[in-house]
Design a protein around this ligand. Structure first.
Ligand code: M6R
Length: 608
């Protein structure tokens, strides 16, 4: 899970690549490096640690402004610790070819042994270095870089997006992909290869998405795509990106996460645009209407997207009465799942590149199920490989902790529930009118509520900043939110937190409760409120302190009540979610944690 940027054109290439890496840091950030040709040799400058370390090394090196072609990488370690030797780019033994790689080569050990037997030596522990050494072997046998790449990558099992620079053609770059993303940016007199569009967005909006098993060759003024196996030319259609780089920057907020939390009213509005007709009291969802009525839906997703799926189950079953199973993708793919024709598999993924989710949806398609993708990244693998795709339109999410993307997923899941309910005749005109009106008002209500929510989050985070553990409790729709609240807290503050169904607490976790083990409860106005209230009394009886998301006027006595605005029942989730996110954010920031790039995590989990 790394970030790649390659540039060839008329500008000083190293600064372009470093700037591109900065916008890709969300993909990995434990080491970084850059290579370019200079005075007849390939210069490689790389450092462990964040990008600033590489920038310091470049300053020291001086004279890095002449090259107009360069290749750079930011790494999230898979094979080998994050140190300088394991950082990319990697060179072949003769130092004539440099390669950067994102993905995992599963058979790297046998390839490495084979090469070692032939006398190759290795400078790193990475699977990626094996690729560049194998490539130099390929060049011995095949002469041309294209043929050598086809041969080399044909022998590699696993996932890769690679870009290569060769001393023999220093103005040219070659890239190829298999199960890892790679996109080409087309400028005037300059071209780019990168893991993601923001890397080159200040320079061009014209992009070509590379598909599985494609090889690309670029220089400053031309590009061509080939089938990696046969080397036959493939026709590709450039697409124009409409969002701008501003959207990928902080816009005055201290962190991307905070900015993204505050963007949620806009996200809801965007998701509803063209889908909600408040005047007619209707929700349209053409992407769903292309698919037959499902007998059953199986949601496959990971992390926060999985929790969104759990909420989706609640709302789809409640409104449309269609049964929904929700499975963690890494479990689904190895479970010999019972899916087939007649089933709809809903693959939820912000990035659209999560390896387990992709594997799950591929399996479902093999078995004859229709796959509906719910994803945020246009042209991503989930989008391309689904039978139909609903884009969540949250815009690029930079903070590793997912916030606005979940909000967009919930909005679309509600639209799916409403649309199915209408299609199946399970939601009356009157109910639909109420829903449409409430949805129409939702962005404004949330916009108004967010500043006060942040103040409350600030206040309570200070009060609980010494807690080492948290229990998050909810029931019904609020249970998935308890799971999400706990996940957010542990991801960015490193405080241990567990989400639990409030009614299940007395079957075990209640043993943990004492005055130092606080509970964060969701006790909002719904039919389960009296039950949650009883569960909280059980916590209080053990001396446990409680913060509770609730609504004005509810009869609840806890240490720290947190009233949120009243909304139409199914929309409570859109009030609770930002409160949970802001509490985690404020606590992590108060504790001085690296909110946007928490330790050990990466934004896009493209490995199993
Ligand atoms: O891109 P995806 O939605 O497929 O990602 C799934 C998870 O990796 C992701 O939600 C992860 O749990 C986030 N760190 C949550 O904040």
């Amino acid at each position: 899970m790394c970030g790649i940027i390659g540039y060839t054109g008329h500008r000083p290439a190293v600064p372009v690549c470093i700037e591109g890496l900065r916008r890709l840091e969300y993909r990995g950030y434990d080491s970084a490096g850059v290579t370019f040709a200079q005075q007849g040799r390939l210069e490689v400058i790389k450092e462990s640690g964040k990008l600033a370390e590489l920038e310091r090394a470049l300053e020291k090196a001086g004279n890095v402004y002449n090259a107009t072609t360069a290749l750079a990488h930011t790494r999230w370690a898979t094979h080998g610790v994050p140190n300088q030797a394991n950082a990319h780019p990697h060179l072949d033994g003769g130092e004539r070819v440099a390669l950067v790689h994102n993905g995992i080569i599963e058979n790297f050990q046998s390839l490495r042994q084979e090469l070692a037997d032939k006398g190759y030596t290795f400078r790193s522990d990475t699977d990626s270095e094996v690729l560049v050494q194998l490539l130099s072997e390929g060049l011995h046998h095949h002469g041309s870089m294209k043929e050598a790449l086809s041969w080399t990558l044909g022998r590699a099992e696993g996932a890769f997006a690679i870009v290569v620079l060769s001393l023999d053609r220093p103005g040219r770059l070659w890239g190829a992909r298999q199960h890892s993303p790679l996109v080409m940016g087309l400028g005037v007199g300059e071209n780019f290869l990168a893991s993601d569009i923001p890397a080159f967005l200040p320079y061009t909006r014209e992009v070509v998405f590379l598909e599985e098993g494609e090889l690309v060759e670029i220089d400053a003024s031309s590009w061509r795509v080939y089938d990696l196996e046969t080397l036959k030319v493939r026709d590709k259609e450039p697409q124009t990106i409409t969002w701008d780089v501003q959207a990928a920057q902080k816009g005055g907020y201290k962190h991307f996460m905070l900015k993204e939390i505050f963007e949620q009213p806009r996200v809801i509005r965007d998701c509803l645009t063209g889908r909600l007709d408040a005047a007619a009291g209707e929700v349209r969802l053409e992407e769903l209407d292309d698919l037959p009525d499902p007998e059953r839906i199986t949601v496959v997703a990971c992390g926060t997207s999985y929790y969104a799926g759990l909420w989706g189950k609640h709302i789809i079953e409640k409104l449309a009465r269609v049964p929904v199973d929700v499975t963690i993708a890494s479990e689904f793919r190895y479970s010999d799942p019972i899916v087939g024709p007649g089933d709809m598999v809903l693959a939820i993924s912000q990035s659209g590149e999560t390896a387990d989710t992709l594997a799950g949806m591929r399996l479902a398609r093999e078995r004859g199920a229709k796959v509906l993708g719910l994803c945020n990244v246009v042209g991503s693998s989930v989008a391309r490989e689904s039978d139909a795709v609903i884009y969540t339109q949250a815009g690029p999410e930079i903070s590793v902790a997912s916030t606005k993307a979940m909000c967009s997923q919930l909005t679309l899941l509600l639209c799916i529930a409403l649309r199915l309910a209408r299609r199946l005749g399970r939601f009356s005109d009157e109910d639909m009118e109420t829903a449409a009106k409430a949805l129409d008002e939702l962005p404004g209500t949330l916009d108004d509520a967010l500043p006060e929510m942040r103040e409350t989050a600030q206040k309570y985070s200070r009060l609980y900043s010494e807690a080492a553990n948290f229990l998050y409790l909810g029931r019904g729709w609020a249970y998935p939110m308890a799971l999400e609240g706990a996940l957010k807290l542990k991801e960015i503050s490193y405080i241990h937190a567990e989400g639990y169904a409030a009614g299940e607490m007395k079957h075990g976790p209640i043993a943990l409760i004492d005055p130092k083990f606080p509970t964060f409860a969701l006790a909002m106005a719904d039919e389960l409120f009296p039950k949650v209230k009883s569960n909280l009394i059980e916590v209080q009886a053990r001396g446990g302190k409680i913060i509770a998301l609730t609504n004005p006027g509810l009869d609840l006595e806890v240490d720290h009540p947190w009233p949120l605005p009243h909304v139409w029942g199914p929309l409570n989730v859109f009030m609770a979610l930002p409160a949970l996110q802001l509490f985690a954010y404020e606590l992590a920031d108060y504790l001085g944690k690296d909110v946007d790039q928490p330790r050990n995590l990466a934004k896009s989990v493209t490995v199993e």
